[in-house]
Design a protein around this ligand. Sequence first.
Ligand code: FAD
Length: 349
Amino acid sequence: MAPNILFLAHVDESGTALPKAAYEALGSALDAAAQLGGTLTIGLIGESVQTAANSVAAGTRILGVSGEDFAQPRYASDAAAVEAICKTVAPDLVIAPGTSRFLRIMAGVAQRLRGRVDTHLTSLDLVDGVLTARRWFYRQRLEGVLQRAARPWFLVMDSGCHQAWAGTTTTAQVEAIAVQLPPEAKRTSFAGIRVPNADAQTIRPDAKLLFVAGAGWSKKQADGKTHLPEAEAVILEFLRHSGASLGGSKSLVDQTGESQAVLRFMTHLNQVGQTGSTPRHPKGLSTCCHGEEPHVVGWRFINERRAVNLDPNCGWARGKADVLYVADAFQVMTKLNSLLTEKARRISG
Ligand SMILES: Cc1cc2nc3c(=O)[nH]c(=O)nc-3n(C[C@H](O)[C@H](O)[C@H](O)COP(=O)(O)OP(=O)(O)OC[C@H]3O[C@@H](n4cnc5c(N)ncnc54)[C@H](O)[C@@H]3O)c2cc1C
């Protein structure tokens, strides 16, 4: 029987659009609906959902839970909103983006509806006519292929795995679903978002390039001295020019924790690898990092890899990078910065 599919999303901080991950998950949901021959309904949550609704798949039934109580992420109100939408639609499959707001509530809502949930999914497809979801385990070393008989099945998609859906904006008809929150669902109030100052925001998931700095930047160089101020200046200048996201090796970020004088903008959040993150970017450039397996396993989803290392026998030379420049990263990055400055001058002039 053709499944009843519900796609869920929440409005982003602008209040007028959905997060990029939601348009990607919508792409997965539309593909799944086409392959399974199912009907797709869209459920939206936010203070106001009309403008965001106008930007999603035209011609699809859209339900919305809106109002001040649903402006900000909060477990009790978000879970109540998703539960109400699910009870209206009675879906077999629920497809949602893996935003922090949704990852917080989806398992709880699946439990309330006696459903099953799988998160961090990277794809949905049909295998012998059966819906099949995939995700990675053990730091992207093992791929899990999942099929389930239980319904509703909540499928929470990772970002960066599907082309974002894009279509023309129309005026959508949104069916409003009223959700009355009991006082205990409003006990948590939203105080605000604290972020590091703009200069220090070095993690950029949507960047085309991942730039990784390793412990070599903090080591004694050919003249027998360390050059940390120069390292900081060169790396920050490169990030400004390129808009790259900054990653670090464990050795480098651990030095920050041990309160040595290292790169001041580097934190454990930047760490890439087995005990760090597995970011997705089209390209990666590693500098002053040896390319050990526990680090490189975090490069699983970096398509084109280049590295700069003084050591011709480093890990990158052993099949882990497409191109290894055996060179001094201080010199290479300084030269690269001057080329980028020159290019920017030509474009603006
Ligand atoms: C269970 C476990 C989990 C781990 N998880 C992670 C993880 O998540 N992420 C991670 O990164 N590591 C992880 N590690 C540690 C990992 O094995 C490595 O120790 C670490 O990644 C090494 O960091 P590095 O390459 O920056 O430093 P180093 O090994 O010290 O290498 C520094 C490199 O810099 C080069 N260099 C120095 N100066 C220059 C210069 N001027 N120009 C060019 N190159 C230069 C040197 O040739 C050297 O290759 C893990 C280890 C274990 C056991």
